[in-house]
Design a protein around this ligand. Structure first.
Ligand SMILES: N[C@@H](CCC(=O)N[C@@H](CS)C(=O)NCC(=O)O)C(=O)O
Length: 338
């Protein structure tokens, strides 16, 4: 039933790509704001702050695309979606881009009429347990009750891992994020399993005594998280992909929100192309030549966004690890803007 509706959505979108639906860039420009699908509230990636302003690594990506398109990062509308709802919202055109801790998999890229536009966080699935459970390793989870959210890749990944490791467990699968967190906090399951970033966020922002919980050392999968768009609109795919790439490449060249004006005077040809001092990159995408300048000025480079949302300057304090620049031993390797 679920798959059937996904495939139906894909068929509708593929039909649309043959000319029935206007190009996403035109739709977005005409509407005057960009609609991004996010979580319903997952601190660090996409959640409203005390003033109700949405913040996070994924919200910054949404703002970056708006800055590239409109020269104004504030021209966004956030559409909160649970794990189950997210692909239908993209397929149906309710959102322009999914910026929501979504793992890129072959199945998602090929069977749903959608396609990823880069990776903004390299993650892996893990386990959160109360210290009182007395477990130090995932291999000790035999017989455990494990909470998961419906519609995530986490369900299948856990099943594969448990089979391979001869671990028997009882899944408790719940549709909404707050309910699954509440079930875990109330002890209705022994373990919460999702992306390690999610576990760090839940521990710090959702549980009353974070010190009573620990993340187990095992990471059981690759969870490369990134934005998705509909298939069949390559111009829009490019805009999303290169907006993310511009943030990553700006960090590589040391261009920040604080020094971007000064950097327009840089003799470095790469920096001059990124910032539109040497024109071309913007026009090639139907955007203003200042598209990347506006991203960096208004949102910041990837490292600035990482630090304030999930890294050293945030409550989550996630280390750069795999998300460090390639020049620092990480996987963040921006394709060159030239
Ligand atoms: N990366 C995984 C998991 C993503 C996911 O949806 N995680 C849940 C648990 S942390 C979440 O973000 N829930 C927030 C919500 O539904 O608002 C996937 O793409 O399936």
């Amino acid at each position: 039933m679920k798959i059937a509706s996904c495939l139906l959505g894909a068929a509708i979108v593929m039909g649309a790509a043959n000319g029935a639906q206007a190009a996403t860039l035109d739709v977005v420009k005409q509407r005057g704001e960009l609609r991004c699908g996010t979580t319903t509230g997952f601190a660090g990636f996409s959640a409203p702050d005390a003033q109700g302003v949405w913040r996070g690594l994924d919200v910054d990506l949404c703002r970056a695309i708006a800055a590239a398109v409109f020269g104004d990062a504030n021209k966004i509308e956030i559409v909160p979606l649970n794990s189950q709802q997210r692909f239908t919202a993209l397929q149906s055109g309710e959102i322009d881009v999914l910026t929501r801790n979504t793992t890129v998999t072959q199945q998602r890229d090929t069977a749903l009429g959608i396609i990823h536009a880069g990776i903004n966080f390299y993650d892996g699935q893990g386990f959160l347990v109360p210290k009182s459970l007395g477990v130090k390793s995932a291999t000790e989870l035999n017989g455990a009750t494990i909470c998961l959210q419906t519609g995530t890749s986490n369900e299948n990944t856990l099943a594969d891992w448990a089979r391979a490791h001869n671990v028997e467990y009882k899944p408790v699968v719940i549709e909404t994020f707050n309910e699954v967190v509440n079930a875990f906090a109330a002890g209705r399951c022994d373990v919460f399993s999702t992306d390690a970033s999610g576990l760090a966020s839940i521990r710090i922002s959702k549980l009353q005594n974070p010190d009573d919980y620990m993340v187990l050392p095992e990471i059981i999968s690759k969870e490369p998280l990134g934005p998705f768009v509909r298939q069949g609109d390559d111009a829009w795919l490019n805009i999303v992909r290169w907006s993310l790439s511009a943030m990553i490449e700006a960090e590589e060249y040391g261009v920040t929100s604080a020094n971007v004006d000064q950097q327009t005077g840089s003799p470095n040809p790469n920096i001059r192309r990124i910032l539109g001092v040497t024109p071309g990159a913007g026009a090639n995408m139907g955007l203003d030549e200042k598209w990347a300048y506006n991203i960096i000025k208004q949102v910041g480079n990837y490292g600035e966004s990482f630090d304030r949302n999930v890294g050293a300057k945030s409550p989550l304090k996630i280390e750069r690890g795999l998300n460090a620049q390639w020049t620092q031993g990480g996987l963040m390797y921006a394709l060159p803007i030239r």
